[in-house]
Design a protein around this ligand. Sequence first.
Ligand SMILES: Cc1cc2nc3c(=O)[nH]c(=O)nc-3n(C[C@H](O)[C@H](O)[C@H](O)COP(=O)(O)OP(=O)(O)OC[C@H]3O[C@@H](n4cnc5c(N)ncnc54)[C@H](O)[C@@H]3O)c2cc1C
Length: 304
Amino acid sequence: MFELFVNAIKGSISKDQIIEDELLRYAYSTDASLYRMVPKLVLVIKKESEVLDIIKAANDFDVKLTFRAAGTSVSGQAVTDQVLVMLAKDGWLKHTVIDNGAEIKLEPGIIGADANSYLKNFKRKIGPDPGSIHAAKIGGIVANNSSGMCCGTAKNSYATIKSIRAILADGSILDTGNEKLLSAFKTNKHDLLSGIEHIRQKIVQDSDLVSFIRKKFSIKNTSGYSLNAFLDFEDPIKILERLMVGSEGTLGFISNVNLRTVPDYDFKALNLIYGKLSDLVDITVKIAGFDVSSVELLGGFSFK
Ligand SMILES: Cc1cc2nc3c(=O)[nH]c(=O)nc-3n(C[C@H](O)[C@H](O)[C@H](O)COP(=O)(O)OP(=O)(O)OC[C@H]3O[C@@H](n4cnc5c(N)ncnc54)[C@H](O)[C@@H]3O)c2cc1C
């Protein structure tokens, strides 16, 4: 089956986009995690039609795909012993700043810090602020629902996404920013959307589960599907859109996102306060009413 998959792929993408050489495959066997898995094959993708062909062939020949943007994941999300599908370095780089920087449309190959540089003149930036923002790409930032030092749960991809274009695992295209495509999707994927509504009904009827999901997603939590979507939205399209965020590529390939941006203030300040734990807790409660992005408690060992 695997050879049939490779043959099918060779008809769709050019030779230089297919990495079979053992040494090169070995080079792609790690991300920023402690795991190592040597992919059987690495495919370098440049456009949507290629992704569609690859997903179709994978379904036809029962081959598993793992997508990779910058490969800075720390839990092994971007490694596989099957087929690694990587964004080409010189591809997926288009962006459009909308409404004086209130929103930005981004392709998945754009590095987070570059997205912020497009917004700088508008004094805006994207919400997610992972420590890896100078390397991590939009595809990985959205698919991991990356958070960061300041964005917490209020400004992460889940909270700031306005629309998404994705190729789902069955090859269908979900484009929540395109009315025409969305209406066709609703007709063609009626069963999928009814299934989502059914799951939602089951969740909302279970008060323990509702409380559990609310509690779990009130804190920074980037592992697993965004189950809070079932409580935050009634529209199955909006639920599916938010499920894509944080799905780590398991539900489909993200080829475009429209993110609402957040202010990038001219003046930023950092204050270090030393003291007894009880005093620091009191101060934290007092300053919580101000527009503070982040409060971090550092133990004595941090200064040694
Ligand atoms: C020094 C350092 C600091 C970090 N700081 C933070 C932090 O503060 N907060 C935080 O949340 N994380 C942090 N991370 C983890 C990681 O950098 C982020 O999660 C980052 O957003 C991943 O982006 P990436 O481009 O490297 O994605 P990758 O690692 O390449 O991929 C991430 C996931 O997205 C999937 N994926 C990639 N592209 C697509 C696509 N187009 N469609 C569908 N799925 C796709 C992959 O399959 C994988 O599951 C840090 C990592 C490092 C090394």
